[in-house]
Structures are given as C-alpha cells and as structure tokens.
Write a protein that binds this ligand. Structure first.
Ligand code: DGT
Ligand code: CA
Length: 366
C-alpha cells in the first residue's frame, strides 16, 4: 500500500504557550526573548506571535531592535522559560502519538507521523485522523497547529508549511507533482542554504527544474546519496521512513490549579490525575526511575523545582505519590508566593529488571 505520511507543527509555539497561560495578552504583540544578561536588553527574540511578526519582529532579531519596532504597540515581552515549553511539548507529543500509527518527534513543536495502516491508504480517512489530532491538541492544550499530509516526508512537511497557521492540507498523490513543481528548491525539507547555493549555481531554482536535472551531474556535485534524495524529493517519492523515537527519558505532567494556593493537599488533589497517568506510563513502559521532581509555577510565573534522586532505580509506582507530597511541601516552604500550576516529573529512566511490577501494581490497586 502507498504510504500516507503527516507532519504536524505547532503555531508560534513558545509565544502561543504564553497566550494560553495568560489569554488577556492574545490581542497584543507577544515576544518571547532569550536575555543574555550582558546588558538589560542584550539578547535575541526566540519567537513571537503573528501580531508581532506583522510588525517585523521574528526569531533571531535583537531584543533592542524588536522593542523599537514595537514601540507604541503595547507589546508583551516575556522571558523564555525552556522548562515550561518542554513540559507542554511532551504532553502534545503524547496526544499525537496516541492517535497515529508511528510518530517521530523532530523538534520541540513538530514531528512526522505515519497513518498508512489506520487510514487504509485513504486520504479522506487520513484527513479525519489528522483533524482528530489537531482537535485533541486544541482541546487539551489550547494550542493551534498546522498539519500536512502526503505520500512522503518532504510532501507532508510542505503541506504543513502551506497550511500555516492553523490549517490542514492534504496533498493527494495525483496532485503531488503539480503541487511541488512550482515551489523554489529552498522549500524542500533537507535542502539547506549550502545545497540551495550549489543548485543555484547549476541554475536549478524550482523543484520542477530539479526533477528534470541530470542525475550524473547532481551526483558529481552532491554524491550519490544526496543526489538520489533530491531527485526523489522533487517528485515526492522520497522513501525515508517515519521512525518512532527512541526510549523516553522522562515522564511529566503539569496542571493549572483552580485557584492559586499554598495548601499542599489542595494542590496534590488536583495533580492526582497527572500522578496516576505517570504511574500508568511507568508501568506500561516497564521502566524504573531514579529521580522524581515536584515542579511549581508561582504567581509571578517563575518556576521552582524540588527533586530527589534515589540510590537505586525505583519501579514501585506508589512511591511517586508519597514523594510528590514531600517534595511539594518543601517547594511551598521555600517560597512566600502561592502556586499557580503544579507538576510532577520522573526522570533518569531505565529498564526495569522485571516486568512483574504491572501485575503487582494492578493487584494492589490505587
Ligand atoms: P511557526 O511554526 O512559524 O508558527 O512559529 P514557531 O515559533 O513555532 O517557530 P518554529 O516552529 O520554527 O520553532 C519552534 C520554537 O523553537 C519556537 O516557538 C521558539 C523556538 N525557536 C525557533 N527559532 C528560534 C531561534 O532562532 N532562537 C531561539 N532561541 N529559539 C527559537
Ligand atoms: Ca512551529
């Protein structure tokens, strides 16, 4: 059966996470910045929402320039807190993985998926699955995403690029060559600035021109492997498979509390579902953990973590709840502020010596 491949990419990811956290900023330009600390405004823009982009503020721009461009536009300038986006990313990737045959994460906010089997090779079915993925990410995390579907990774990626922001584009097999042909080669996944420059020297500017290029000429410039990939990519027959990511290195969950609090029981009650889903994941994967952390996001939006590392790997899921209680109490004591969000993470994962834990866990109940 011909393959059906998808690509999902979250829209203006870090800035969108900030909007979800504080919806009141949605109509203003939002800029997430990496401050280098050299002077007050040294550093660059990590990303920005579309309002800020319309005003010329994009990834990589110096913060000083960004502030000048946004002067008078009531901008929201936020500090990048990587941990916050990682936790959201992990949950989104789980939502996607659960709904497709194979998922390969390729970045903090993007990845390829294969739905050949579940769609039975039918694009209408594939679109329904992809729409289900988008809906789940929106419903559970409040995040919009762009998705492309096609017969290869290159086509799927171009589809999600074209669908941005917020759309879903299926490039049918019979329309693939027409869709690809007019695009510049620089849009092809895997064609970086160096490759594009060499192609430019050869007067190959569009994908259509690439598809008509002489194989031996391409081989002489790029070697056999890359030449072959380029020729395949140009007609959307690149065969690179979607490969499931290697083993997870951590499991985490974070929840927003119904109201800000310093009461550990109140916080833990609301984290209970998160804790049990980590317990399930641990048992399901047959993994043990060595480190457990309680994560708190405080009312000033700063992040605080308290961790404990055990001497030997732990496979008993019941220990997660007990330790979260202790760590969360420590965390609350270490600050005067209330908690706005709380989370738990188990890390330093390793394979359990025995899979016995599953039946032990189920017999004991929760
Ligand atoms: P999009 O996909 O065009 O709607 O916008 P983003 O912001 O999702 O951009 P993307 O997918 O290229 O990158 C995902 C995240 O990675 C982005 O939200 C922030 C981070 N990022 C991207 N480019 C840069 C950069 O040049 N510097 C830093 N520090 N972070 C970046
Ligand atoms: Ca993105």
């Amino acid at each position: 059966m011909a393959r059906v491949i998808g690509h999902i990419d979250l829209d203006y990811f870090y800035a969108q996470v900030e909007e979800v956290e504080d919806p009141s900023i949605k109509n203003r330009p939002v800029v997430v910045c990496v401050f280098s600390g050299r002077t007050e405004d040294s550093g660059v823009v990590s990303t920005s929402n579309y309002k800020a982009r319309e005003l010329g503020v994009k990834s990589g721009l110096p913060i000083v320039t960004a502030k000048k461009r946004l002067d008078g536009h009531n901008p929201v300038i936020v500090k990048m807190v990587h941990e916050k986006y990682e936790v959201v990313s992990e949950r989104v990737m789980d939502l996607v993985s659960e709904r497709v045959d194979v998922f390969e994460k390729t970045g903090i906010d993007e990845g390829f998926f294969d739905v050949t089997t579940s769609s039975g090779g039918d694009y209408k079915a594939a679109v329904r699955i992809a729409q289900g993925v988008k809906d789940a990410v929106l419903k559970n995390e409040g995040l919009t995403s762009s998705v492309g579907i096609g017969r290869s990774k290159v086509v799927a990626k171009l589809g999600s690029d074209s669908a941005k922001p917020g759309g879903l584009m299926a490039v049918l097999p019979e329309s693939t060559e027409a869709f690809l042909g007019s695009l510049p080669v620089t849009r092809l996944y895997g064609v970086g600035p160096k490759t594009a420059a060499v192609l430019g020297e050869m007067s190959v500017k569009t994908v259509e021109e690439l598809s008509r290029s002489d194989r031996s000429l391409l081989e002489s410039r790029f070697g056999r492997k890359l030449a072959s990939h380029l020729l395949d990519a140009a007609v959307g027959t690149d065969s690179d498979p979607v490969v499931a990511n290697s083993e997870p290195t951590q499991f985490s969950r974070i929840v927003t509390l119904k109201r800000d609090t310093r009461d550990v029981r109140e916080a833990l009650d609301q984290l209970a579902r998160g804790v049990s889903s980590i317990q399930d994941k641990l048992v399901g994967s047959g993994k043990s953990f060595r480190t457990i952390s309680a994560i708190g996001i405080l009312t000033d939006l700063s992040t605080r973590t308290k961790s404990k590392t055990f001497e030997t790997p732990i496979k008993d899921p019941a220990l997660i709840k007990e330790n979260t209680l202790v760590l969360l109490s420590d965390l609350i004591e270490s600050t005067d502020r209330d908690l706005r969000r709380v989370g738990v993470r188990v890390s330093d994962l390793s394979d359990s010596m025995a899979q016995r834990s599953l039946s032990e866990f189920l017999e004991r109940g929760r």
